[in-house]
Design a protein around this ligand. Structure first.
Ligand SMILES: [Zn+2]
Length: 119
């Protein structure tokens, strides 16, 4: 008796009514976080500074997607809010901080950053 090794075809996967191409990852959208929009021509320049150990406790409220080399985090510490930028380069991560602001101002800057209106 000869046993045939039958090749099982990849099951047909349907996502949102569309057949998913073989090999395509079938990860749901929540797998990705927020992506920063392409930089607009009209934009504010964020003055990035070396991080200062002003507070021991920093809480990260929001952050952009981990799939990008540059990650932005909206952080809160000592009653102020700031944006932390981490660029993961070949020599390791390089961290900078934007200005420390009151929450409302920092939130606005964060939205501008996500929309490509500040960088
Ligand atoms: Zn992503």
């Amino acid at each position: 008796m000869i046993l045939h090794e039958t090749e099982t075809p990849e099951p047909v996967r349907i996502r949102d009514g569309v057949r998913v191409a073989p090999g395509e990852t079938d990860l749901p959208p929540p797998f990705h976080g927020v992506h920063v929009a392409p930089l607009q021509r009209e934009r504010d320049e964020i003055h990035w500074l070396q991080p200062t150990p002003r507070c021991t406790r920093v809480r990260v409220h929001e952050h952009t997607c981990e799939c990008k080399a540059t990650i932005y985090e909206l952080c809160q510490a000592g009653g102020l809010t700031f944006i932390r930028r981490t660029v993961r380069g070949p020599d390791g991560p390089v961290v900078h901080e934007g200005p420390w602001l009151i929450a409302a101002k920092a939130e606005r800057l964060w939205q501008h950053l996500l929309l490509g209106q500040a960088r």
